[in-house]
Design a protein around this ligand. Structure first.
Ligand SMILES: NC(=O)c1ccc[n+]([C@@H]2O[C@H](COP(=O)([O-])OP(=O)(O)OC[C@H]3O[C@@H](n4cnc5c(N)ncnc54)[C@H](O)[C@@H]3O)[C@@H](O)[C@H]2O)c1
Length: 263
């Protein structure tokens, strides 16, 4: 279904991590709006699977195998893709480990994908936007970029880096017609996090922890990406839209306060 309010029909968008989870939902939502999607992922198998559902919803996508942590692979994909109007950075990984003992390899590999990868793609795909004086870059960050997520190696550090990368891009490229914004999800049930939800009552406890009463579906995040990708957000740049069902506002509820308990 094309939503003319967004006015995305006929645009071209590159989406990283498009084979799974949030990236896949973004690719599907963009296709539904008539966008020609260039789907990038390092997993060819999941790309091909996701491309089938994208094809069913809109213009046939272009599928490109790409490792966003490898600048040469990204440069090649940007060359293959040609000019794009929109870039959505979504490819991400996570590795467990506290600062005291996380391996240097795990620390670096998360930053290579989740932060450096976002820079490589912004530079490579941003080129055609800058040349044409128009474009929108949307980075999927995380509320963990502002709230330390323990025992997750460099995950929070990388997301904090993405928040600042986006602001720096907004500052440098604003007058050249290219906007940059972040979407910060809270808890989203995707293949990345699915293993947690299959343990005991974790799924119910996570739902309960969110003011809206449920963890997010990938589509919840994709809808916000659509807005930031479209010219409807034309005066929004350097911004972060927290999309967490209110979860990041719950800090005070963890403090015991006798006499003020919920009735
Ligand atoms: N799931 C959550 O709860 C949650 C919350 C906040 C933020 N995020 C962020 O959202 C983004 C998407 O996460 P998801 O939950 O959909 O995960 P996911 O695992 O379902 O999808 C991530 C995709 O990225 C791809 N990918 C990984 N490394 C890559 C690389 N080097 N090059 C190209 N592609 C690569 C994977 O193959 C996969 O298809 C990530 O940046 C993640 O940090 C997720």
């Amino acid at each position: 279904m094309t939503n003319s309010w967004l006015g995305l029909d006929g645009k071209v968008a590159a989406v990283t991590g498009a084979g799974s989870g949030i990236g896949r939902a973004v690719a599907e939502a963009l296709a539904e709006q008539g966008v020609q999607v260039v789907m990038l992922d390092r997993s060819v198998e999941s790309l091909n699977d996701a491309a089938q559902s994208v094809t069913a919803l809109g213009p046939e996508p272009t599928v490109l195998a790409c490792d966003v942590s490898d600048p040469a692979s990204v440069a090649n994909a940007a060359h293959e893709a040609g000019a794009v109007d929109i870039l959505v950075n979504c490819a991400g990984i996570s590795r467990p480990g506290g600062i005291a003992d996380v391996s240097i390899d795990d620390w670096s590999s998360v930053l290579d994908v989740n932060m450096n990868g976002y820079f490589y793609t912004s530079q490579a795909f941003g080129k055609s936007m800058l040349e044409r004086g128009h474009g929108s870059v949307v980075h999927v960050a995380s509320i963990s970029g502002r709230n330390a997520q323990g025992n997750s190696g460099s995950y929070s550090v990388g997301k904090a880096g993405v928040l600042m990368l986006s602001q720096q891009l907004a500052l440098e490229w604003g007058a050249r017609g290219v906007r940059s914004n972040t979407v910060s999800p809270g808890l989203v049930r995707t293949p990345l996090t699915e293993a947690y939800y299959n343990v005991g009552d974790v799924a119910q406890r996570r739902d309960k922890a969110v003011p809206i009463g449920r963890v997010a579906r990938p589509e919840d995040i994709a809808q916000v990406v659509l807005f930031l990708a479209s010219d409807r957000s034309g005066y929004v740049t350097g911004a972060d839209i927290v999309t967490d069902g209110g979860f990041a506002t719950t800090l005070m509820s963890s403090v015991p306060r006798p006499g003020y308990d919920e009735k």
